[in-house]
Write a protein that binds this ligand. Structure first.
Ligand code: ZN
Length: 195
């Protein structure tokens, strides 16, 4: 068995041995909010936002982008599970700023092995064959961090299946300080319309 597999199963054994009251948590998130953020390994929403099991929905993908699938989750989050406030949190030094659709498509067309990044450019070092399937995927890379938060809040805000009473807050998480920095324009666009 791989080391990682062993480590994960051992950690889980320990976790479940002290599971306690969490057995009785209800399905809907107790604090009624959701976070959409990046999958970056340096971000731990439970820690940086003070979450315990059962508190909130955390939806993660590469970049924390408002993809169709992220919006699918947010819709389920409010419609079936009662969340009332949402956060979109992108972060500094995001890998999604290091490439374009063309770049990753080119890398994938060369090979399916992990490419190398020299701090400026990506280079494919694998042996082929790759695949042209990347041409059909929108990878949602980020050109401008602040703008990507604004764009994603705007997209969620204007989605026909998202009700206008849910406020959507826009933030950038700073990987150097662990601090959440608001993007005021995003939060302004995301504000709820209360009637
Ligand atoms: Zn990221």
């Amino acid at each position: 068995m791989s080391d990682i597999l062993n480590e994960v199963l051992a950690a889980n054994e320990e976790y479940s041995a002290h599971f306690g009251d969490k057995a009785h948590l209800p399905l809907p998130p107790k604090r009624r909010f959701a976070i959409l953020t990046c999958m970056d390994a340096r971000l731990d929403p439970a820690k940086f936002a003070g979450l315990a099991e059962g508190d909130a929905h955390v939806i993660r993908n590469a970049g924390g982008r408002a993809s169709d699938d992220a919006i699918r989750s947010l819709i389920i989050s409010y419609k079936l599970l009662g969340t009332k406030e949402w956060f979109v949190i992108h972060h500094t030094d995001c890998g999604m700023e290091t490439f374009t659709n063309d770049v990753i498509r080119q890398l994938l067309s060369n090979s399916l092995e992990t490419a190398e990044f020299d701090g400026q450019n990506w280079k494919d070092v694998g042996r082929g064959p790759g695949s042209k399937e990347g041409e059909y995927i929108e990878f949602l890379p980020i050109r401008n961090l602040k703008q990507s938060v604004i764009d994603d809040v705007e997209r969620i805000r204007s989605h026909p299946l998202v009700p206008n009473y849910i406020p959507i807050y826009g933030f950038i998480y700073d990987v150097k300080s662990g601090r959440l920095v608001e993007v005021p324009e995003a939060t302004r666009i995301g504000q709820a319309v209360t009637i």
